[in-house]
Design a protein. Structure first.
Length: 152
């Protein structure tokens, strides 16, 4: 039996945690970038609208602006929603792929720690040998059939 098994398992679990934390940070950064891009385009569009209003000389055309602005804003929000959906799909796919790779690497590390080299039967046998000293503890306290402090 491998005497360094607890240390190898700890290392495999720590590496998995580090990978998951890195994936979460990358995912958060992608979301932040997407939101920043959407907000930047909205600020630029609003600035152009304000500039257009300041230069308006036709008061009748200016009176129709609220309706036109409403439809432009609706169309812009549909576009923003589409961009946000695309960003969400890309971010989620990248996270899922990274998580799958991290779990496969963890599974390989744990298999190597148990000396199984990917053989599930060998891994199970080594795991059972390693857990044998604690088997009695996992069963919990033995019940002698008597109920304590109460009615039957």
């Amino acid at each position: 039996m491998n005497n360094e098994l607890p240390l190898q398992l700890y290392k495999a679990n720590a590496e998995l945690q580090l990978q998951i934390n890195r994936l979460l940070q990358e995912s958060g950064r992608h979301w932040l970038d997407a939101m920043q891009q959407i907000n930047t385009s909205r600020v630029l569009e609003s600035g152009m609208r304000i500039q257009g209003l300041q230069q308006a000389a036709d008061w009748q055309a200016l009176a129709t602006l609220p309706a036109e602005l409403f439809w432009r804003m609706c169309q812009g929000q549909v576009g923003d929603g589409r961009e946000l959906g695309e960003a969400a799909a890309k971010t989620q796919a990248a996270f899922a792929d990274g998580l799958r790779e991290a779990l496969l690497a963890w599974q390989q590390s744990v298999s190597e720690a148990f000396g199984a080299s990917g053989d599930p039967a060998s891994a199970a046998r080594i795991y059972q040998q390693w857990m044998q000293p604690w088997a009695g503890l996992a069963a919990g306290p033995q019940d002698d059939g008597k109920k304590q402090g109460g009615r039957s």
